[in-house]
Ligand binder design. Structure first.
Ligand SMILES: Cc1cc2nc3c(=O)[nH]c(=O)nc-3n(C[C@H](O)[C@H](O)[C@H](O)COP(=O)(O)OP(=O)(O)OC[C@H]3O[C@@H](n4cnc5c(N)ncnc54)[C@H](O)[C@@H]3O)c2cc1C
Ligand code: SF4
Ligand code: SF4
Length: 418
């Protein structure tokens, strides 16, 4: 039931906008502009009032309010439709064979290597992705790369708001073929667009994504630099990770001061004065593992005694090929020497990505809690919710419902639109 979202504000204020930027791209930036709100989140802002026709178009593509999971048929001839992890045709552990890319990137440089390979082999004309803003290094800009050098400039993870899809419709109009390297919800937006725009199948042949722990606001970054005694105007570089694996959270100032935090200190410690303040939509995300992509490239952590450790090491990813196109691309990139691949199993995945396993199995309870509280709900279909509920078990399922209801009663889902 997406018709309950009669205007853009209702998507934002009910905590369902992911910040992808596709509405600006499709409606036009003379009418809708993505910008940071007072809550430091990237949201669409109406420059001119939208009519019913515009809202109909937005409801048809917005990944915040509706998503349909993958089709079993894509793994009928090869691979499995795994209850938790979705379609898997092939799965490997690996990395970019270019040592510079592997070092610089967030993990093993899988996404950057595939982006470069797609341009170098002429499979696409452009890569749609993001990079640290040149003018505002604590923020993140959408970019379109047409050379491998530009693709490399956008490597590394940006744990903050970005609107990667603002250029997509312009590129489609120009007749370009492109690949999108972005979060699962950005990829899901392109799948929704594909259902209503016949150009997408031909012109966006590759969707490559991450496993996603969610997107915090810019406030988190502001709190990190405050901790270092640095003000926003002094910052010349803000790196969340990368330049090593996982790499330090690194701040540089115009006058040459430098500050580093280990991955564990920055992201896994409770006693720090900043918070990974995920947007509400991330807490109810049915697909943070890129089931709708052609390839998912999460970290492939080093394991000790069945648990991931985050000591610095040469970077590694998983390459989870979900579609025939994705499988062919991974195989070709390996054959041509752009990436290195080793075998990997689902048992290993269960251990390496245990937090995502729990997020998947808790998802139906979170959505059920929204229904019980009577707040506007997204329409998420085909994400195997019965299987997830069964795997969670009754006790955990009910505890998650109680917890989510409590958070909704505390207006956790509400967000300002300006
Ligand atoms: C918000 C966020 C949450 C994440 N959570 C997890 C997690 O829970 N588990 C896990 O295994 N991995 C997570 N990752 C992914 C991980 O950090 C690596 O980015 C991923 O494994 C790819 O590694 P790589 O070396 O191939 O990436 P790279 O080769 O460095 O390429 C990364 C690509 O991602 C794009 N990108 C970076 N930030 C964003 C953004 N905010 N929005 C859209 N596109 C972006 C870049 O433009 C680049 O093309 C997360 C990443 C982000 C950005
Ligand atoms: S999720 Fe994307 S398409 Fe939907 S309102 Fe937000 S920015 Fe627009
Ligand atoms: S958790 Fe889901 S909604 Fe949130 S940023 Fe990641 S993919 Fe998008």
């Amino acid at each position: 039931m997406t018709s309950q979202f009669s205007d853009l504000q209702s998507i934002v204020t009910n905590g369902l906008c992911t910040g992808c930027g596709l509405c600006e791209s499709v409606i036009g930036n003379d009418q809708v502009e993505m910008k940071l709100t007072s809550a430091s989140r990237m949201r669409p802002h109406e420059i001119q009032p939208l009519d019913d026709n515009d809202m109909e178009k937005i409801r048809a593509i917005c990944p915040g309010i509706a998503l349909t999971g993958p089709d079993k048929s894509q793994v009928e001839d090869a691979g499995v439709m795994h209850d938790v992890w979705g379609p898997i045709r092939t799965m490997h552990r690996g990395w970019s064979t270019d040592e510079d890319i592997r070092f610089r990137s967030a993990a093993g440089g899988a996404m950057t290597a595939l982006g470069c390979y797609l341009l170098e082999t002429g499979r696409v004309d452009a890569i749609v992705h993001v990079r640290a803003s040149v003018d505002r290094p604590m923020e993140t800009d959408a970019i379109v790369s047409t050379t491998p050098e530009e693709v490399c400039s956008g490597s590394q993870s940006r744990y903050g708001p970005a609107a990667p899809l603002v250029n997509v419709n312009r590129l489609l109009d120009q007749g370009l073929r492109m690949a999108v390297l972005a979060k699962p919800c950005d990829v899901a937006a392109i799948r929704r667009l594909e259902a209503v725009d016949s150009r997408v199948e031909q012109q966006i042949p590759y969707l490559i994504t991450i496993f996603c722990g969610g997107v915090p606001s810019v406030t988190m970054v502001e709190d990190i630099i405050k901790y270092h005694g640095v003000s926003p105007e002094e910052v010349s570089t803000f790196r969340f990770r990368g330049n090593g694996w996982p790499g330090f959270t690194h701040v540089e100032t115009h006058d040459g001061r430098e500050f580093d935090l280990t991955y564990e200190r920055a992201w896994l410690s409770d006693d720090v004065p900043w918070k990974y303040d995920n947007q509400f939509r991330c807490k109810i995300c049915p697909d943070a593992i890129g089931e709708l992509a052609d390839i998912s490239c999460p970290d492939s952590w080093v394991m000790v005694d069945g648990k991931p450790i985050y000591d610095e090491a040469p970077g590694a990813n998983l390459f989870i090929a979900r579609t025939k196109r994705g499988q062919e691309l991974v195989a070709a990139a390996a054959e041509d020497g752009a990436i290195h691949l080793d075998p990997f199993t689902i048992d290993e995945l269960n251990l390496q990505q245990a937090d995502h396993l729990a997020r998947r199995t808790d998802n139906p309870a979170r959505l059920q809690a929204m229904a019980m509280e009577g707040v506007p709900e997204p329409d998420f279909q085909n994400f195997r919710s019965d299987e997830m509920t069964h795997l969670a078990g009754t006790e955990r399922h009910e505890a998650t419902i109680r917890g989510t209801r409590k958070r909704i009663q505390g207006a956790d889902h509400r967000e300002p639109s300006e």
